[in-house]
Design a protein around this ligand. Structure first.
Ligand code: AHG
Ligand code: MN
Ligand code: MN
Length: 335
């Protein structure tokens, strides 16, 4: 049971027994994610000093190459999980292929694979706007003791055992689910501890915010165009408010708290959509459903889409239940 002012560490331990296969391995994995998130947070906070310390690609005063923050975040998460020997494989938006973790002493004994978008909304870094990290955790399908295979990563979203995100915003938060609701923890930067600040997060059933890159309007499917016009029409409780940050994590986070819908449909430029099923949509869909929300590609539940490749893209409509269902209605009607 969620208690206020609890630290993330305490919460993970206390809720470990909720988990079907509680061996402590998932708890240790979540602990390494919370550690890596603090390291990345520290670096993201310094991003504004880049003019002083040198831009990504430059060489800094110590003669080290400065990394782009998305590569830095990728390295930190992978390194943390590798060093602690906590997963058997990692797939990242920043890597062409999955990484096999092969510990020397216990060969391929770990049970979990992690998929990660290490820095989401990275174009916002240069302008001091919130960015995030998204993670998704599955149990491997192949037997322990053997190297991981592609099929361990290509699983439908409903097989996830945990998923979450970190939002590096005005406050830094870690929000995650293990399938028993969604809880949000805020980082106290002075102490380096995460406190349970948002227990049992829920999307309001209805909302007043729609989030979409409307610059692509003329390129959108007819159903989306019509739904946007519906959001803008002056009827009942409309027009809705338009809010689009351009960081999925931040847009999702705001919509979950206030009620809203996020859409990234397909277009001529992105015929399959832009967002990645495994690193972005599937974990966000798990969180949404655990928070009483809905996630769809316009016609199908995101959680049931069988991935065929690691970097697969998919159209994404996600948020408050009644809003997503209304958007789906428009998609059906103007198919
Ligand atoms: P990433 O920075 O990991 O590549 O993700 C960016 C994604 C997502 O966070 C955001 O909502 C979307 O791309 C924005 O795309 P547009 O600039 O096309 O609107
Ligand atoms: Mn992203
Ligand atoms: Mn990214």
């Amino acid at each position: 049971m969620a208690k206020k002012n609890q630290t993330l560490g305490e919460f993970i331990i206390e809720n470990q027994s909720d988990f079907q296969y509680s061996s402590g391995e998932l708890s240790r994995l979540l602990n390494s994610i919370r550690l890596a998130a603090k390291v990345v947070n520290h670096e993201v906070n310094k991003a504004g000093l880049v003019d002083i310390t040198g831009a990504a690609g430059d060489t800094n005063i110590q003669g080290e190459d400065q990394q782009k923050l998305d590569i830095y975040a990728n390295d930190v998460f992978i390194q943390t999980m590798t060093d602690r020997n906590i997963v058997c494989g990692i797939a990242s938006e920043e890597e062409d292929d999955f990484i096999t973790i092969n510990s020397q002493d216990e060969l391929h004994q770990n049970k979990y694979v992690v998929l990660i978008d290490p820095l989401d909304g990275s174009s916002n870094i240069d302008v001091n706007v919130s960015v995030g990290t998204i993670f998704s955790i599955f149990r491997r399908i192949t037997p322990v003791g053997t190297p991981v295979e592609l099929k361990d990563f290509l699983q439908t979203g409903d097989k996830q055992v945990a998923a979450g995100y970190v939002v590096y915003g005005t406050s830094t938060m870690l929000v995650y689910t293990t399938g028993k609701g969604v809880n949000g923890f805020t980082l106290n930067p002075a102490l380096g501890s995460w406190y349970l600040s948002h227990p049992n997060m829920q999307f309001p059933e209805d909302g007043q915010i729609y989030s979409i890159n409307e610059g692509n309007y003329f390129d959108f499917p007819e159903g989306i165009k019509k739904y946007i016009k519906y959001c803008q029409s002056e009827e009942e409780d409309r027009p809705y408010t338009s809010r689009y940050i351009g960081s999925l994590v931040s847009d999702f986070h705001r919509n979950m708290i206030k009620g809203g819908i996020y859409m990234y449909p397909k277009s001529t430029k992105n015929p399959k959509g832009k967002l990645r099923l495994l690193y972005e949509c599937s974990p966000m869909a798990f969180l949404a459903e655990q928070a009483n929300g809905v996630a769809s590609d316009g016609y199908n539940r995101i959680m049931e889409i069988m991935p065929t490749e690691l970097h697969q893209r998919v159209p994404f409509i996600c948020g408050s239940k009644n809003m997503v269902e209304k958007a789906e209605e428009f998609m059906q009607k103007f198919k």
